[in-house]
Write a protein that binds this ligand. Structure first.
Ligand SMILES: C[S@@+](CC[C@H](N)C(=O)[O-])C[C@H]1O[C@@H](n2cnc3c(N)ncnc32)[C@H](O)[C@@H]1O
Ligand SMILES: O=S(=O)(c1ccc2c(c1)CN[C@@H](CF)C2)N1CCSCC1
Length: 281
């Protein structure tokens, strides 16, 4: 994983762009990334206009409105975060986490295997999702146990490969649902590569399966650690919709959140966040 794409359709220019992106990620710092994006002011559960309640509510609704079901949920480009599967872990028997970097896979294993070892305390996220589910916040320990029970593995992934996962990491029937947050636009050298990557992960999904895609709007860079500036494909809503359509999905719903000024904290130049629920044709 992480090698050059195999597709004969991809020219040297794109291969060079993909390789350059992979090089940018060698300095990625999970603890710093979590600090930049998953602590206040961005992760402030007391603020009504905070992005956290909005995102967790989008995911909760998408997983629980009745059309998403099956056995296997795969999270593409998990990074060092878990918020993206806190609702899905109640709906799927198996959850597969994936990331390109061993440092991120190690961060996730630290949380899963040992109650104390992780760079961020996910308790407020667990408690918030319990509240969305109508449970008492103290049920967060049960949700943490559920998460540790359903996450079957944490494996390498490369969305620029036509087959992003190792064949033996995925059942032949494919995944029933994919979730992917802030990954494709943050790892692609350009819009064409973003769209191709959407098609590649679509091949992991059974026909009729759902994609829950969260991403940045208008973002051209972010810091993945101190001094680790990573380029991002700046997207607008129309491009997201067009790329989904071009790569074989039917859009069910697109929701957009505009970041308040005080959440623009210098770790990136994101202007908004989109949430797309789509179905693979
Ligand atoms: C901006 S982070 C998103 C992390 C997390 N999903 C979140 O919501 O914050 C982008 C992630 O993509 C991963 N990544 C980098 N290159 C990749 C590739 N070629 N294929 C899949 N994931 C990749 C990085 O290791 C990183 O964890
Ligand atoms: O939407 S966030 O503010 C957020 C969370 C992660 C990221 C960005 C924004 C923008 N840059 C991305 C680079 F890929 C990563 N957010 C942080 C608090 S919890 C919910 C998600």
């Amino acid at each position: 994983v992480g090698g050059r794409p195999e597709s004969p359709l991809v020219g040297p220019e794109t291969e060079n762009g993909v390789a350059a992106m992979a090089a940018c990620y060698q300095g990625f710092d999970p603890a710093a990334y979590l600090q930049y994006n998953y602590t206040p002011p961005r992760a402030d559960f007391e603020r009504k206009d905070s992005i956290v309640p909005w995102k967790l509510a989008c995911l909760h609704r998408a997983f629980t409105e009745g059309d998403v079901n099956g056995d296997l949920l795969v999270d593409i480009g998990s990074g060092p975060t878990l918020y993206q599967v806190l609702s899905g872990c109640e709906v799927f028997k198996k959850v597969l986490l994936t990331d390109f970097l061993e440092v991120n896979r190690q961060e996730l294993r630290g949380w899963l295997q040992d109650k104390g070892v992780s760079s961020l305390d996910w308790t407020p996220y667990l408690q918030h999702v319990c509240k969305l589910e109508g449970r008492r916040p103290s049920a967060w320990t049960e949700k943490a146990a559920k998460l540790r029970q359903v996450i079957t593995d944490i494996v390498p992934v490369d969305v620029h490969r036509p087959q992003p996962l190792a064949l033996d990491d995925l059942p032949s029937a494919g995944a029933d649902c994919l979730v992917s947050c802030f990954c494709l636009e943050s790892v692609s050298p350009d819009l064409a590569a973003f769209t191709r990557a959407l098609g590649h992960i679509g091949r992991l999904l059974r026909p009729g399966g759902h994609l829950l895609l969260i991403g940045a709007l208008g973002e051209s860079y972010y810091f993945g650690g101190p001094g680790v500036k990573i380029p991002v494909v700046p997207l607008n809503e129309a491009q997201v919709c067009a790329s989904l359509k071009e790569s074989g999905y039917t859009l069910i719903r697109l929701e957009v959140y505009t970041l308040p000024q005080d959440m623009r904290v210098g770790v990136d130049d994101v202007s908004g966040v989109f949430f797309a629920k789509a179905i693979k044709e």
